[in-house]
Write a protein that binds this ligand. Structure first.
Ligand SMILES: *Cc1c(COP(=O)(O)O)cnc(C)c1O
Length: 353
């Protein structure tokens, strides 16, 4: 018997970190920024003329693109914006990964990539990170239909430099290479400038982490005008208005407040250094993070148990029960106060075992 059920899409979605709204919790599980957005962005919200919401936003979000182009020293035609970088990445997968050959990415990486591949029927191959969780560049010399790599990588927190990205773009001159720079503002190397040299290189970024605007949903991509115009065409084939008027206005204010941006990212980096040192002193192995989170493990203790213990103390971190990283926990860097509470509970856990 035929049934409408036969025609329903069967798919396993990406699972984001838990979003608990409980009071008095330490929420360091979703790589959100512990500081509020720029006061200049908040001022835009307070003064926003809601009457203007009658109108559709500018379909190209031109003013936001201009602000980003100025900030990164590229042309407006080299900038694309979308509803969070997940939206931009999903569009980029559909726009650039149209080959029969599999796309390539590391075995341990952002877990949204396989989900998009399944959704859009894109074949893929993964290359294992080495025993130190580093990417083996030579793997990406093989023929492929495209490459996507977060730099710094997630959830390893490790970053690569200019030579790496140059070689990656050169080895793969016949396909599009996407560098996902969601965490780059916390001390990583940004390859935005390389997009002027490599027409097959696309760099994506987000306002969700370093700009404390995860709730607003703003992401962007920078690349050759050729790549950007394909993204525009695909976007305009499903939804012309992915960035709303309020996001455009607040996004511009955030970009223009560079002083606040530098202060808050600097604070996260300083807290990261302190927490890394303190955890190492407690016997943890902590990878050298270039992001707003750390990946840590401790010999002789179950990290799953640590994760569950902390949950009972209302401290929420992230645990992945996946091969190779099941011995680790991922901890987002919060305020100093939040991290003190985290560290105190970690000590209680170690002492209680
Ligand atoms: C958080 C994250 C994104 C997406 O962030 P948006 O909130 O959708 O902009 C993309 N890539 C990586 C690796 C991330 O960690």
């Amino acid at each position: 018997m035929n049934s409408y059920k036969d025609n329903l899409r069967k798919i396993t979605p990406y699972v984001p970190g838990e979003q608990s709204k409980e009071k008095d919790i330490v929420k360091i599980n979703a790589n959100e920024n512990p500081y509020p957005p720029s006061p200049k962005a908040t001022a835009v919200l307070k003064d926003f003329n809601t009457e203007s919401l009658r109108f559709y936003p500018n379909a190209n979000a031109t003013m936001l693109k201009k602000a980003l182009a100025k900030y990164y020293g590229v042309g407006v035609e080299n900038v694309f914006v979308g509803n969070g970088s997940d939206d931009v990445l999903a569009l980029a997968f559909q726009s650039f990964f149209c080959s029969d050959k599999p796309i390539a990415y590391p075995d341990i990486t952002y877990s949204f990539y396989p989900v998009w591949c399944d959704l859009f029927n894109i074949p893929y191959t993964t290359y294992p990170l080495d025993e130190n969780f580093r990417i083996n560049l030579e793997d990406y010399k093989a023929q492929n239909g495209g490459v996507v790599i977060p730099n710094p990588n997630a959830p390893t927190s490790l970053g690569e430099g200019e030579e790496f990205v140059r070689k990656l773009a050169e080895y793969n001159a016949d396909s599009v290479v996407i560098i996902d720079e969601a965490y780059v503002d916390f001390g990583g190397y940004s390859s935005v400038q390389l997009t002027t040299e490599y027409p097959n290189l696309l760099v994506t970024g987000t306002f969700s982490k370093s700009r404390s605007l995860a709730g607003l949903r703003i992401g962007f991509a920078i690349g050759s005008s050729e790549l950007i115009s394909v993204l525009e065409a695909v976007k305009n084939s499903y939804n012309s208005y992915t960035v709303d008027s309020l996001s455009i206005a607040m996004g511009i204010a955030s970009i223009e407040d560079d002083e606040y941006f530098k202060t808050t990212t600097g604070k996260v980096i300083a807290t990261r250094t302190r927490v890394t040192d303190e955890m190492r002193a407690l016997g943890f192995e902590v990878l050298d993070s270039q992001t707003n989170f750390i990946l840590a493990t401790h010999d002789g203790y179950s990290m799953k148990e640590l994760f569950e213990y902390l949950k009972t103390k209302k401290v929420f971190i992230r645990y992945f029960s996946l091969p190779r990283i099941e011995k680790y926990v991922r901890i987002t860097i919060g305020t100093d106060g939040e991290m003190d509470r985290f560290l105190a509970e970690v000590k209680n856990f170690l002492e209680g075992r």
